[in-house]
Design a protein around this ligand. Structure first.
Ligand code: GLY
Ligand code: MN
Ligand code: MN
Length: 407
């Protein structure tokens, strides 16, 4: 019913006579005969709830047709069950279902009955069928319409995101308690692998488990170095539940006790993050958390003599303060409308993730070298303000040190 309502809602925004065509992701080969675990396209999943590859959904106010893989007893022995054409109408609430092999013959007739076509080109075989029939039918991109819908989460979507946040929170806590000098980053990464799988979830993105200077490499994913006494450990890891992502970063001392220099930098990032979160409410500009975070970090680094007054902050803080979160970890939805920053609305979910990354630099006091800190939470905009979905995960210096002592 959820997906049926979404299709109805989408069509209500489009002109009468419009036809929507959307395919899912292809399977991806890893090497030899090995495929990556399959992940449906988020827009397709959102509108159909169907998770098999090789499927195309076509719908208009006149009906919903799904094209999908045929049942295949031999392939099903190797790869698992397929829904198949005969069960598809009932299970997927479609009016008609056809084999994906019939797409080329059936789709042109559906297109011919439409006055306007909504579709997004994805460099796949389906593109060619569409292109061949574009001349007769007006065409428009579908993505912006679906993405605006996806940006505002329903109660059910928020429930799934809270579940992803809760599982990820527990895994982070466990990782903090298990970390100690002499372990390797991959041993801590395995805490997340095990905890996510144990809770029937999977990684929403490749986790970053970065000890010491590795934390200053923003997309560090090797996760294979030793954890040294006296260093910090930055972990950016979150799971996905029914497609919905959590995205959490915590940074903590491997030996359980922040040094003075680490405390100083950590507190700046934490102050920036807390102030940025506090600013988030319906009607506020979505750029506001970034403006607040950069101002606090600029001032904090200047006070410590790391940055000259008015100096270039991008050397130490070179990424944005947040992004939409949902079916994609960097979720869809524009940040500006008509060249203006858009405003927060209830039901949006954003991350808030300021950081400071200080690489070795002769002009900076060595006590600060190789400190890389990011603190990232997931924030739901509510009618009156916001709710931090990942708020149960410790993040003050005292809370972290206490949790690590409790192991
Ligand atoms: N984990 C990806 C990000 O924080 O944007
Ligand atoms: Mn993020
Ligand atoms: Mn992250």
């Amino acid at each position: 019913m959820i997906h049926q309502n979404r299709r109805k809602e989408l069509l209500s925004q489009l002109d009468n006579g419009s036809l929507v065509i959307i395919g899912t992701n292809p399977e991806q080969l890893r090497n030899g005969d090995v495929h990556y675990p399959y992940r449906p396209h988020s827009d397709f999943w959102y509108l159909t709830g169907f998770k098999e590859p090789e499927a195309v959904a076509v719908f208009s106010n006149s009906g919903y047709t799904i094209f999908l893989r045929d049942k295949d007893p031999t392939r099903e022995i190797w790869d698992g069950k397929r829904l198949g054409v005969s069960d598809a109408p009932h299970v997927l609430k479609a009016d008609e279902a056809y084999s994906i092999n019939e797409l080329e013959t059936k789709l042109p007739k559906l297109i011919a009955n439409a006055t306007k076509l909504y579709y997004d080109f994805k460099h796949c075989d389906l593109d060619n069928i569409i292109i061949a029939h574009l001349a007769e039918t007006q065409y428009q991109s579908l993505a912006s319409h679906v993405h605006e819908m996806r940006l505002i989460k329903s109660d059910e979507e928020i429930r799934l995101m809270q579940k992803a946040a809760d599982i990820s929170t527990q895994a982070h806590k466990s990782a903090m308690q298990q970390a100690q000098p002499g372990l390797f980053e991959y041993e801590i990464a395995s805490v997340f692998d095990a905890y996510f799988r144990k809770n029937n979830s999977e990684h929403a993105y490749t986790p970053i488990v970065a000890g010491g200077e590795n934390a200053c490499v923003l997309h560090y994913i090797e996760n294979n170095k030793i954890l040294n006494d006296g260093d910090l450990l930055l972990i950016d890891a979150g799971c996905e539940v029914e497609g919905y992502a959590a995205d959490i970063t915590r940074t903590f001392p491997i030996n359980g006790k922040f040094s003075k220099a680490q405390q100083q930098i950590y507190q700046i990032v934490l102050d920036a993050q807390l102030a940025a979160i506090k600013s988030i409410k319906p009607g506020e500009m979505v750029i506001k958390p970034h403006q607040i975070a950069t101002q606090i970090i600029q001032q904090g680094l200047t006070d410590l003599g790391i940055l000259q007054a008015g100096g270039d902050l991008s050397k130490f803080y070179m990424h944005g303060t947040g992004h939409w979160l949902g079916l994609d970890v960097h979720d869809v939805g524009v940040y500006q409308q008509n060249d203006q920053h858009r405003q927060y609305e209830a039901g949006m979910v954003t991350t808030v993730e300021p950081g400071i990354y200080i690489r070795k630099d002769d002009k900076i006091n060595p006590i600060y070298w190789n400190i890389g800190i990011r603190i990232e939470d997931d924030v739901l905009i509510t009618k009156t303000g916001n709710r931090v979905l990942t708020g149960a995960l410790v993040k003050t210096i005292d809370e972290i040190e206490l949790l690590m002592r409790e192991k």
